[in-house]
Write a protein of this length. Structure first.
Length: 233
């Protein structure tokens, strides 16, 4: 079975994206298209990702605007039928509700506190920390507004699970295999740790796509997750 990994296909061009997609899809459940590819290619890149790949499509546009504008944007992409679409939870209750109402066949995932933000950057952007509290406040508001999924770092997954229960999908970027370069990520954990904390879907980009062989890198992380699950069962 494909591992619960969404590979972040943050490629500079559609040809590279198509190569990464076909090499990783035997091993993972989901492909994530974000701003870099969607702003360049639009719906064409979604069709390319789907192509022959039997995977779920995660459209990560992190919408953040007034409710009417987000409703229009969500309606515009709903016709592409992504399984998941992201919005920023900090856009507020009415904005999240607008996305939920405008894309009824898509799970709206609310991004809480970006995994690139360290603790000491929260106050500067107007968030009352610690990040675990800020994530919990934003998550509660997002779920009340109808979001079916939440994006948070692996550090907050266990407490969020206790807060929102089993029915909300918890998605964690900020995932780094032991020894991998963190890059611009601040709140990170290994794939095994994120899964053990209760994450439903791990977003992993550069540790897979920067590898010499992205397919082998995805297969290796998927195997590590299977081993961890077998040990804990
Ligand atoms: O919404 C996201 O997917 C997201 C939220 C967040 O808080 N942090 C975060 O890194 N992401 C995305 O997850 C991916 C992480 O990629 P890597 O850091 O290369 O593994 C990128 O595509 C980010 O846009």
């Amino acid at each position: 079975m494909a591992a619960p990994i969404a590979v972040a296909i943050d490629a500079p061009d559609i040809e590279t994206a198509a190569q990464w997609a076909s090499s990783v899809t035997p091993h993972v459940s989901t492909l994530k298209v974000g701003l870099e590819l969607y702003l360049r290619y639009g719906p064409e890149v979604i069709a390319t990702m789907r192509g022959a790949n039997k995977v779920s499509l995660f459209l990560d546009l992190k919408l953040h605007d007034i409710p009417a504008t987000v409703a229009g944007a969500a309606r515009a992409v709903a016709r592409l039928k992504p399984a998941i679409l992201t919005v920023h939870a900090s856009g507020g209750r009415d904005m999240i509700r607008a996305a939920v109402d405008s894309a009824p066949d898509t799970t709206i995932a609310a991004v809480t506190v970006l995994t690139s933000l360290p603790e000491d950057a929260l106050e500067e952007v107007g968030l009352r920390g610690p990040s675990s509290d800020a994530v919990r406040r934003l998550a509660t508001l997002a779920v009340e507004a109808g979001a079916g999924a939440l994006v948070c770092s692996p550090h907050e997954v266990a407490s969020l699970r206790a807060e929102v229960g089993p029915d909300v999908t918890l998605i964690t970027p900020g995932v780094r295999p032991a020894g991998a370069d963190r890059g611009d990520q601040a709140r990170v954990a290994t794939p095994e740790e994120a899964l053990a904390a209760g994450a439903d879907l791990l977003v992993i980009g550069r540790p897979i796509t920067n590898a010499t062989d992205p397919g082998a890198a995805a297969a290796s992380i998927a195997a590590a997750l299977r081993r961890a699950e077998a040990t804990s069962a």
